[in-house]
Ligand binder design. Structure first.
Ligand code: GLC
Length: 738
């Protein structure tokens, strides 16, 4: 019988504790099997296509394998990104393991407020640390290539700079609490349809300028402990097996020094030896089959011990960084009141005011009686579904928010919707993948007319959800349903003939069609999916307690078909949901947009397309209205000694309402009419108050990726700089010599 290798003993006879300083010593002591155990996760009790373990922290995504002989502990990994995702109840315990539900990724980015995003990251990191989580699988930060991407709500934007800066702020926040963050899914996980097998075919320039760029910014500016490799392939090579992506780009070019964790791949999906050789340090969730595969590969020579050592060494560094390895014991105490305050603050700043005709908003004190329409008004959707779902204790609905604000809700209208919500929820089986919208119900015209007679203002909510494993559908996800449009038309007709206002709230994961109905209503508020405090956040904007300051992080097209990606996106796919049902999507014959996707649009994604080719849109990238008004003056741009460029200006609040202002800076880059190169947000400015805002951009921000030289290039000369309220609202123009 093989004698188990003796534990590594320090002089005092005690097992040598792993630290960042003795990684090589420990590695030298490890057996081959121990190295293999370290690079293959401890596994999930069952393979679901997303993480769920009963080990250590029940409901977390998964754990790494401990090496007891060497006192190398396990670590615990959990999802985000809109808060931690663990079970709130545990077998044998009456304790509740609650945590905070924050706004979704797109909402966080819509604040354009990086210190606030960092604050949210820190709040999530603090709760993760309290529950003994060592690594958070967040932020999700794939580019919004097409508005129907099923997980776009977890991600940030159609723009890589905004995506990268938001991701970096989030990572810095989380990691300030001794918990690792893990930008995902590296790279180009742009759709959910057949996500495990789809090959994303992307030319070099868009791959570098759009899909890699956000990750590059986050890696360079926040040094995440980990990055998650994506399910999909890029240009015929699986991300999880790509040495070019995981080592040459991520490590050699960007100096990433953390670990690469695979997305949740079942045994046999990838070649484990290739994953290790490529630079994937942890095969997650992990299985005995993968361990055996690695042993066989070492024996056959298809895997070099040196490559295994490289990954095992990085895993030792990762484990050594964790509080758990340093002896920390989870307190399991979180400050839910602090979490609530942070979640509410972020939700308020994420809200985008899209239309406000005739100052319909904010509601006046005397507009006290509200006709509240739309089933979603009574069951706000806090979050999307899938691994990004956060099991919040309670989500404040719009009804509750309006009641908290002292408004009187029409009881007859509420009496129509509330039983439907109650019965729908009662009929639903517990779904750990989270929220689905409740289908709209046709309210009787007599109730609408009665409400128009007795109430002061109508508020209508349109709700949409979506989630992991399935993309949004153009006809039911992007477009409003006939019943919804009839409701809007009838309520508007009833209220307008009595001179009363109609406000529409969009509780949605991304853009929806507005052009066909927006002229029937007075105001439109985009409320995304705002987490547990949704209803109060929306009401604080509706009542003017808070001034809206959010801005769109993606273009809202007039029709879905106006998006130049729609020919190369599965907007009408009707196959099985690609979460756990992978086998049901046959691998042959190869189907366009299901097995392979041609990124024929190249660099022309989102506003890069709509603005460069002057296409009409419903709302442009960067758009958002305010109750306040601001003017910009004293703008200046100058080169700094460190090679960066500084843009400064004075922003003054010219209204009688306090508010915050987002300032966006654009410049042309080869073939692109105006590209976001910097942005900033003022503090809350009182009436008449001014603030000098300073923003910086780098040479890289105004460079383009040249496919001939396979490198970034910068066109010298004078460069026009536009300072604006959105990508189509220029305010000041400058020039700078590059
Ligand atoms: C899922 C998701 C990923 C998540 C992981 C663990 O499949 O793609 O975002 O972090 O598995 O749940």
């Amino acid at each position: 019988m093989l004698l188990a290798a003796l534990p590594l003993l320090a002089g005092c006879g005690k097992a040598v504790e792993l630290t960042l300083d003795n990684v090589d010593t420990i590695l030298a002591e490890m057996t081959t099997n121990e190295k293999i155990d370290l690079v293959v996760g401890a596994g999930n009790e069952q393979f679901l296509g997303y993480g769920s373990t009963k080990l250590i922290v029940p409901g977390a995504a998964g754990t790494t394998t401990p090496i007891k002989r060497l006192a190398i502990g396990p670590t615990v990994m959990s999802d985000g990104p809109a808060g931690i995702r663990i079970d709130t109840v545990r077998e044998g315990s009456s304790k509740k393991y609650y945590y905070t539900g924050f706004p979704i990724g797109t909402a966080l980015a819509s604040t354009w407020n990086m210190p606030l995003v960092e604050q949210v990251g820190s709040a999530i990191g603090s709760e993760a640390h309290a529950y003994g989580l060592d690594l958070l699988f967040a932020p999700g930060m794939n580019l919004h290539r097409d508005p129907l991407g099923g997980r776009n709500w977890e991600y940030y934007s159609e723009d890589p700079l905004l995506s990268g800066m938001t991701g970096a702020a989030y990572v810095n926040g989380v990691q300030a609490n001794g918990v690792g963050a893990c930008p995902k899914h590296y790279v180009a996980n742009s759709q959910e349809t057949n996500r495990k097998d789809v090959d994303e075919r992307i030319a070099e320039r868009p791959l570098n300028e759009l899909y890699l760029r956000g990750f590059e910014i986050a890696v360079r500016q926040s040094k995440p402990w980990a990055v998650m490799s994506a399910y999909n392939a890029v240009n015929g090579e699986q991300c999880m097996e790509s040495r070019q992506l995981l080592t040459d780009v991520l490590r050699r070019k960007w100096n990433f020094d953390g670990i690469v964790v695979t997305d949740w791949a079942a045994p046999g999906w990838r070649v484990s030896a290739k994953e290790i050789a490529a630079g994937n340090d942890l095969l997650a969730p992990g299985s005995k089959e993968q361990r055996q595969e690695l042993r066989n590969a070492l024996d056959s020579g298809s895997l070099k011990m040196a490559d295994l050592d490289t990954c095992a060494r990085r895993m030792l560094r990762y484990v050594a960084r964790t509080s758990r390895q340093k002896g920390y014991k989870a307190t399991e105490k979180v400050d839910l009141e602090a979490g609530k305050r942070t979640s509410l603050a972020a939700a308020e700043e994420a809200i985008v005011l899209l239309q406000n005709d005739n100052q319909a908003l904010p509601l006046r004190q005397e507009q006290n009686k509200v006709g509240l329409f739309g089933i979603t008004s009574y069951y706000f959707i806090a979050n999307g579904s899938g691994s990004g779902n956060v099991k919040t204790r309670h989500t404040v609905s719009l009804l509750e928010g309006l009641e908290h604000a002292g408004k009187q809700i029409n009881a007859d209208v509420a009496g129509f919707y509330q039983p439907i919500v109650r019965d729908t929820l009662a009929a639903r089986k517990y779904n750990e993948l989270g929220y689905e919208a409740i289908p709209e119900s046709q309210i009787d015209n007599s109730l609408i007319d009665h409400s128009a007679q007795t109430d002061d203002v109508a508020v209508i909510t349109i709700g949409r959800s979506c989630g992991e494993g399935i993309d949004r559908n153009a006809f039911t996800g992007f477009n409003l349903l006939p019943m919804e449009k009839q409701m809007i038309a009838r309520v508007s007709e009833g209220y307008h003939k009595l001179g009363k206002k109609v406000v529409v709230i969009l509780n949605v994961p991304g853009p929806v069609e507005v052009a066909s109905w927006r002229n029937q209503v007075d105001a439109i508020v985009c409320a995304w999916m705002l987490g547990q405090e949704s209803g109060d956040a929306v009401c604080n904007i509706l009542t003017g307690k808070k001034c809206p300051s959010g801005r769109l992080t993606m273009t809202w097209s007039l029709k879905y078909e106006d998006c130049n990606t729609h020919d190369n996106f599965p907007y009408d796919f009707h196959g099985p949901r690609a979460i756990g049902n992978y086998a049901k999507i046959p691998r042959t014959p190869a189907v366009k947009n299901v097995h392979y996707v041609d990124y024929a649009e190249g660099i022309y994604v989102g506003y890069r397309y709509f603005n460069t080719f002057n296409k009409p849109v419903a709302y442009p990238f960067g758009f958002g209205l305010s109750y306040a008004s601001f003017d910009y003056s004293d703008a200046n741009v100058k080169a700094k000694a460190n090679g960066e460029y500084e843009v400064s200006l004075t922003v003054r609040n010219t209204s009688n309402v306090s508010g915050k202002e987002v300032v966006e800076v654009y410049a042309p880059v080869k073939d692109i009419s105006n590209q976001l190169i910097a942005f900033g947000k003022t503090k809350e400015l009182g009436p008449g108050e001014s603030q000098k805002l300073t923003m910086t951009f780098t040479k890289r921000d105004i460079s383009y990726y040249d496919e001939a030289s396979h490198d970034w290039k910068l066109d010298a000369g004078s460069r026009p700089i536009t300072i604006g309220r959105s990508s189509r609202e220029p305010v000041l123009s400058l020039n700078v010599g590059i």
